[in-house]
Design a binder for this molecule. Structure first.
Ligand code: GLC
Ligand code: CA
Length: 558
């Protein structure tokens, strides 16, 4: 496999609004991030992905962009951005922006112009259809945030426009070459400026199945999840290949796609030597238990489910390329709240989950706060919820007959606010995030879970992540950890997740006892060294590893 500059690094996602507020307005900002670069460098981070900081009405927290070449004043100025890029570079950190081009904001001048003159040039930049009041909709697709994908075009009661997400996020018409050219121009503008690449948002949605038609309804609302249409759309990688040729490939840029449910055979078209992207996220674990009915019908994920999903992903990509390993992001619950059984939030269990995920083959992507074991943000009622997706799912749950208390319990499990609460820097007011009033409440557990406390504690979750990252960079082991094959070990042993990482002349065994009871794991050979453990001792005697509850270790075999 061709070696790339990013393979051996550890990446970190920043959700700017909630990372660090430098000016007391309660909103995290670019100077706040710049002020924390020393922290990130010390942790060992070498790639930073910033969730959107472009001008935006923030209807979907920045994933609704009204100017692709600007910075929202709430996040700072372009000069702040330039400074962040320069300061990051000086610390060996590459910055990756969020590329949100399936849709823009309804407040973007392109859409405003389309509303002013739907028959003109910009009318063809979106999907606009004629519609007589009372007539059936052009198709029955359900938008990701609820309701039909069709809304009335402002100022034109006889027309509709399409939005696969919120109605403030009109879809751009990627079949129109003018749209594509303008997007490529914008991408190159950022690459020229010195960003190292992009995380590419909701990119699968750009290719629709034409002509638009109805799909079988999957809920009582008579609508059909957008995935049903997407499963039929063809040629997405042709479209993305054109984009890559005009942009990323010319700059050796790093790109990571947000791709769900790609067709099995398409994987080599997406990643690897001839792929359109450098890599994409492994969502194999995240989608476990999902239901077309909505969040309320989601099943809980067992350790066995988790293990099998990880191994399935590893198997799929082993001869193709690299995925990015994640346990959470800004759209997901906190990994420790999602994958560890309820009530199990001990540092040992958090380290086990982090270690098992981090040591897989792929690019580890930490999400801000993961390194200190941040947990879901509790909410007492729907009034406290900011996330538009959670608000929709609350209604979906009520419509399905759940009581308001039950619906709030669903939101507590899956709301995107869970991962969006302010970073917990210290035990001071507002967890050290802001001197003002935070835009979203701080998790009340911040007095217990915060960076300052963990930096001083040699056994903290943070220290453990720091050691994991250091191990990945250690010249003695990096070859095996970055490129070595993954081979499951004792896969059938329940609640044991173990795998070999095999490099040239070196074998590591990564093992976790994914349960609250002790269990023994037979050792496949002599152990040369314990490289990392989440508990003080690793009881390795005569061919057996007597694993304590939630014990995790990385062993080097002789
Ligand atoms: C992606 C983003 C999510 C956003 C959606 C629409 O899934 O990660 O936060 O709401 O796209 O842009
Ligand atoms: Ca601020």
């Amino acid at each position: 496999m061709e070696r790339k500059w990013w393979h051996g690094k550890t990446a970190y996602q920043i959700y700017p609004k909630s990372f660090c507020d430098s000016n007391g307005d309660g909103i995290g900002d670019l100077p706040g991030i710049t002020g924390k670069l020393d922290y990130l460098q010390d942790l060992g981070i070498e790639i930073l992905w910033l969730s959107p900081v472009y001008p935006s009405p923030l209807a979907d927290q920045g994933y609704d962009i009204s100017d692709y070449c600007g910075i929202d004043p709430r996040f700072g100025t372009m000069a702040d951005m330039d400074r962040l890029l320069a300061e990051a570079r000086a610390r060996g950190i590459r910055v990756v922006m969020d590329l949100v081009v399936n849709h823009c904001s309804d407040e973007h001048p392109w859409f405003r112009e389309a509303c002013r003159d739907p028959g003109g040039k910009f009318g063809r930049w979106f999907y606009i259809r004629d519609h007589r009041p009372g007539a059936p909709l052009p198709c029955n697709w359900r938008s990701v945030f609820g309701g039909s994908v069709w809304s009335p075009l402002p100022g034109h009661p006889d027309k509709l426009y399409l939005h696969t997400f919120h109605k403030k996020q009109p879809d751009l018409n990627w079949e129109n070459p003018e749209v594509r050219d303008e997007i490529y121009r914008m991408i190159n503008w950022w690459l020229e400026k010195g960003v190292s690449g992009f995380r590419i948002d909701a990119i699968i949605n750009i290719r629709k199945k034409h002509p638009f038609r109805d799909y079988p309804a999957d809920r009582a609302d008579g609508l059909s999840a957008i995935e049903n249409m997407l499963a039929e759309a063809e040629g997405i990688t042709d479209l993305l290949g054109e984009m890559a040729d005009h942009t990323f490939r010319k700059y050796d840029a790093f790109t990571v796609g947000e791709v769900f449910h790609e067709k099995e055979a398409d994987l080599p078209l997406f990643i690897g030597e001839h792929g359109v992207f450098s890599t994409m996220f492994d969502f194999g674990e995240n989608v476990l238990g999902e239901s077309p009915l909505g969040w309320y019908a989601r099943k809980t994920v067992s350790p066995e489910d988790y293990k099998r999903a990880c191994f399935r992903s590893q198997k799929r990509v082993e001869n193709v390329g690299f995925l990015c390993s994640i346990i959470e992001n800004h759209d997901e619950p906190r990994g420790v709240s999602h994958y560890l059984p309820e009530g199990v939030h001990t540092p040992a269990a958090k380290k086990l989950l982090g270690g098992l995920n981090f040591m897989l083959r792929g690019l580890p992507f930490l999400y801000q706060g993961q390194e200190i074991g941040m947990e879901n943000l509790p909410c007492g009622s729907i009034d406290e919820v900011d996330d538009i997706s959670a608000r929709d799912q609350y209604q979906v749950a009520l419509d399905a007959g759940l009581t308001p208390e039950e619906a709030v319990a669903v939101i507590n499990r899956f709301s995107r606010d869970n991962a969006r609460s302010p970073f917990q820097w210290d035990a001071g007011p507002n967890a050290g995030f802001t001197s003002g009033t935070p835009w979203l409440r701080v998790n009340p557990n911040y007095t217990r879970i915060n960076l300052a406390a963990q930096r001083d504690d040699p056994d903290s979750v943070w220290r453990f992540y720091k050691r994991l990252i250091a191990l990945r960079r250690n010249p003695v082991y990096c070859e095996t950890i970055v490129y070595g094959a993954v081979e499951p070990y004792l896969e059938e042993q329940e609640n044991l997740m173990a795998y070999f990482r095999r490099g040239a002349g070196q074998t590591l065994l990564v093992a976790g006892n994914f349960q609250g009871e002790a269990q023994d794991m037979a050792l496949p050979g002599a152990v040369k060294a314990v490289l990392l453990s989440n508990l003080e001792d690793a009881a390795l005697q005569s061919g057996v590893f007597h694993m304590a509850p939630w014990q995790f270790a990385i062993l080097e075999l002789a």
